[in-house]
Design a protein around this ligand. Structure first.
Ligand SMILES: Nc1ncnc2c1ncn2[C@@H]1O[C@H](COP(=O)(O)OP(=O)(O)O)[C@@H](O)[C@H]1O
Ligand SMILES: O=C(CO)[C@@H](O)[C@H](O)COP(=O)(O)O
Length: 467
């Protein structure tokens, strides 16, 4: 009888925790589970731990897995005291209170170009370093008590080991590159930037592991993979290579590309992050992803499927209506205090169908802007892969190619962040030069004639309302 070696991948994302258990050899799905996260942009990390245990139980437990890795939402600031306890609630990637701190840090280093040249990232409120500066300025006693700072995936991995010694905290290049004190190109921390953010304080940071290194053993004896930021983890699951551009529609909207050369965008749209295989992952992220559709569906009093049907029943351009979807402030472009705008309304064109279509088109146009910023960094887009919860919308899948101006490949619905973590866990078992070959799910290809007029209408409305 052949024994099957099992591995697990965990995605601790903004809205929920998902667990997949897969066959380490071929990646076949064996079982899965999930649990909801509390809402908000400030969350006690112990809530994520509770959700992770609940999702693990929902997946039938992990006692029989040989290795496990955690992928998670990026940038979240978790400050630990000398005993390893959280000093305060974590501040998430979509918490914008540190927007002024971001500007201060940019100015103190001499401007955005200095940051882009030094670490490939120009700080915005999402970046961990800005949250640490906010902490130092607004809660100095909490900053004083911070012995170590880490990210959601680092902390959950450490919890799987049983916590304990802060020196056991570990991370990987992909998540470290979102902190604002690490360079994806050099693969090293820039401790001076951390000290600057913390106004002279020097908390410890997790050691940075290589793509197939182990972070130790779980309390039940499974090997722990290094883990990764969620976008890098999804790229690993999709086996993304140079030429592939991934568009992810979760709570955030993300456009990212696997490249061999790092990016240094002084305009700050593209963040020079790392991937989970040793390459680079230049990335554009918006604060307003799939929840834009849920908000408009709620306003219209319909569910998400009806919203999609309504959108598809209206004509391209939504009868002249544009939705600029900056509901939660925005990061790309950097407008942390912005709010969304419905523009171009007349008595005749104000209908549920045009509003629904404007929501779908506005969301896709904000992602099309991201594709443009990535292309400006020299990325040659040969294939667009569309993933994330928002892709369950038929209108998103069908309207994306016309607005992006390129065909779009949509893999089967799945948990690609958790799958990438599982593949990394299997890699931590083999320790081979490359990750194990797992068969890829089938993709559906969506094509349409490019319709640049939709993006032009959106950009005109955007320019009229925001500077
Ligand atoms: N049929 C659908 N149409 C539009 N949005 C959807 C649909 N199904 C799920 N979503 C959205 O997907 C999002 C969750 O996607 P997910 O990728 O899991 O997010 P995250 O990783 O940020 O937690 C939610 O905002 C949800 O409203
Ligand atoms: O901030 C970023 C990337 O820079 C986001 O992508 C977060 O990592 C959250 O992702 P989702 O929960 O939307 O998947």
């Amino acid at each position: 009888m052949t024994t099957v070696t099992l591995v697990a991948g965990i995605d601790s994302s903004t809205q929920s925790c998902k667990v997949v258990v897969r066959d380490a050899d071929d990646g076949a799905l064996v079982r899965s589970g999930r649990a909801a996260h509390p809402p908000g942009t400030e969350v006690d990390p112990r809530e994520w731990l509770r959700a992770m245990h609940s999702a693990i139980a929902d997946a039938g437990g992990l006692d029989d897995v040989a290795a496990v890795s955690v992928g998670a939402q990026q940038h979240g600031m978790i400050c630990l005291d000398a005993d390893g306890n959280p000093v305060r609630d974590a501040l998430l990637w979509n918490d914008t209170r540190s927007a002024d701190a971001a500007q201060d840090l940019i100015d103190e280093l001499g401007g955005p170009a200095e940051w882009a040249a030094r670490i490939g990232v120009v700080p915005v409120a999402s970046i961990t370093a800005t949250k640490l500066r906010w902490l130092a300025d607004h809660e100095p006693s909490h900053a004083d008590a911070t012995a170590a700072v880490c990210l959601p995936h680092d902390w959950l991995t450490w919890q799987l080991r049983g916590g304990g010694d802060l020196a056991d905290l570990a991370t990987d290049r992909s998540d470290a590159s979102g902190t604002g004190y690490f360079s994806a190109e050099t693969g090293a921390y820039d401790h001076d930037l951390l000290t600057m953010a913390m106004r002279g304080r020097t908390p410890s940071v997790p050691r940075v592991l290589g793509p197939h290194d182990s972070a130790g053993e779980s309390t039940w004896g499974a090997r722990l993979g290094a883990g990764a930021g969620d976008n890098a983890s999804a790229a690993l699951a999709l086996d993304a290579r140079p030429g592939d551009v991934i568009v992810s529609l979760g709570t955030s909207g993300v456009v990212s590309a696997v490249t061999d050369v790092g990016s240094h965008d002084a305009a700050g749209y593209v963040a020079g992050f790392a991937d989970a295989t040793g390459r680079q992952l230049p990335l554009v992220c918006t604060l307003n992803g799939a929840p834009v559709l849920a908000s408009i569906a709620r306003m219209l009093g319909v569910d998400l499927d009806v919203l999609s049907d309504l959108a598809l029943s209206s004509a391209p351009g939504s009868g002249g209506v544009s939705l600029i979807p900056y509901f939660e402030g925005e990061r790309s472009p950097n407008l942390p205090d912005a709010r969304a705008t419905l523009a171009g309304l007349s008595v005749a064109n104000t209908t549920p169908a045009t509003i629904a279509r404007a929501a779908v088109e506005g969301l896709l146009c904000s992602l099309a802007d991201g594709l443009g910023f990535i292309a400006d960094q020299g990325v040659d887009t040969q294939r667009i892969i569309l993933v994330g919860g928002g892709v369950r919308s038929r209108a998103i899948r069908e309207l994306a190619p016309a607005i992006f101006g390129l065909p779009v490949s949509v893999p089967e619905p799945g948990e690609y962040v958790a799958d990438g973590a599982a593949r990394q866990a299997a890699w931590a078992l083999t320790e081979a030069a490359t990750p194990p070959r797992w068969s890829q799910s089938g993709t559906e290809r969506f094509e349409a004639d490019p319709d640049p007029s939709i993006l032009e209408q959106y950009r005109a409305a955007q320019a009229r309302t925001y500077r």
